[in-house]
Design a protein around this ligand. Structure first.
Ligand SMILES: NC(=O)c1ccc[n+]([C@@H]2O[C@H](COP(=O)([O-])OP(=O)(O)OC[C@H]3O[C@@H](n4cnc5c(N)ncnc54)[C@H](OP(=O)(O)O)[C@@H]3O)[C@@H](O)[C@H]2O)c1
Length: 313
């Protein structure tokens, strides 16, 4: 059996295990949440975000489904209502600071904060073997800066909890530092980004800034960046790095005020973002995000997951 077939078999086995795990209900002991537990999901109107909303609501949480387009979001709420699920809707464009500010005010006034934030909203403009950077600014702005803005805006609103408040960032294996393929070839930069102690907002932002400058002047192909979906891969690499950085910063919080911040890769999922190509259904793609949202172990933070297993950054 060749390497490709072996990888396929491993993936199939893992998906089979996940399908099985999903049929096992949470025990009373594991169920730390209730209807009072508030989860906010970005980009909840379709794809993986919609499915995360559906699964969290089915677990009995209060789920706030947000979307940048209000009509699409309200329509999604209606679809879920037909399945017997009652979710709350609010408009939220993660790239628009006034939309974030309005959301913060509304959330504070109506729910007094939140317990779980799922940063799912994201964009990608390449399909198949394309590697255009035409939309690089947009990709970085949405996937990294939008996610970062949401984390910064929501942290003061996270409610104290014995299991820790949860932030889950939907990321991608394409953003791995340690991937066998598609990695940064500038060793000095790679080493700095790999060392959690040397990570800083400045380092992450400067890395993206250098890439975007090279996109502007046309020199990006020789910049030593990931070779596939370069803009998207770098935006997710930045999300992963920011996850680790925030976990380090938030680790000083006292018991009762802890925040668990993790990221995960949903696999290659059949959604609009992939042109509906992929190996995984949205149910499978949402699974690790829901599992991480409901974890009752406050020591799990600053980690990267796929199919409910920790993987290397
Ligand atoms: N599908 C995969 O194979 C795959 C693999 C790895 C990671 N991911 C990640 O999974 C997440 C969800 O993607 P998906 O596959 O479900 O794609 P999708 O169906 O295209 O959904 C993306 C969602 O993000 C929303 N969004 C985009 N920009 C936004 C903004 N500025 N503010 C608020 N919402 C915004 C979209 O809203 P509109 O409907 O208004 O556009 C949509 O709801 C993304 O972060 C993606 O990078 C996906």
């Amino acid at each position: 059996m060749g390497n490709k077939e072996k990888a396929k078999e491993r993936r199939e086995n893992r998906l089979q295990q996940i399908r099985l795990l999903r049929t096992i209900p949470y025990s009373d002991h594991q169920r730390w949440w209730s209807k009072e537990t508030v989860a906010v999901v970005t980009g909840g109107n379709r794809g993986i975000g919609f499915e995360i909303c559906r699964q969290l609501a089915a677990h009995g949480l209060t789920v706030i489904l947000t979307s940048r387009d209000a009509t699409a979001g309200v329509e999604s709420i209606k679809v879920l209502k037909e399945d017997g699920l009652d979710l709350i809707y609010h408009q939220l464009d993660i790239e628009d600071s006034s939309s974030i500010n309005q959301f913060v005010k509304w959330l504070q006034e109506n729910y007094g904060g939140l317990d779980i934030l799922v940063n799912n909203a994201g964009v990608n403009f390449n399909l198949g073997s394309d590697n255009s950077v035409e939309n690089a600014h947009k990709v970085v702005k949405t996937n990294y800066y939008g996610t970062k803005s949401m984390i910064e805006a929501m942290i003061p609103l996270l409610k104290p909890s014995t299991v820790g408040a949860h932030i889950v960032n939907v990321s991608s294996r394409l953003g791995r530092l340690n991937g066998r393929r598609n990695r940064i070839s500038n060793v000095a930069l790679w080493e700095k980004l790999s060392d959690v102690e040397s990570l800083s907002e400045e380092l992450i932002d400067n890395t993206l800034c250098t890439f975007l400058q090279q996109v502007e002047d046309g020199s990006w192909t020789s910049g030593g960046w990931p070779q596939n979906y370069t803009d998207y891969s770098l935006s997710k690499l930045a999300v992963n790095a920011f996850t680790r950085l925030m976990a380090r910063k938030l680790s000083e919080r006292p018991v009762g005020q802890k925040v668990c911040i993790n990221c995960y890769c949903p696999g290659w999922v059949k959604t609009a973002l992939t042109g509906y190509a992929g190996n995984n259904s949205v149910e499978e793609g949402a699974d690790s995000g829901v599992w991480l949202s409901l974890l009752s172990d406050e020591s799990t933070t600053g980690k990267f997951f796929a199919e409910r297993r920790e993987i290397n950054f």
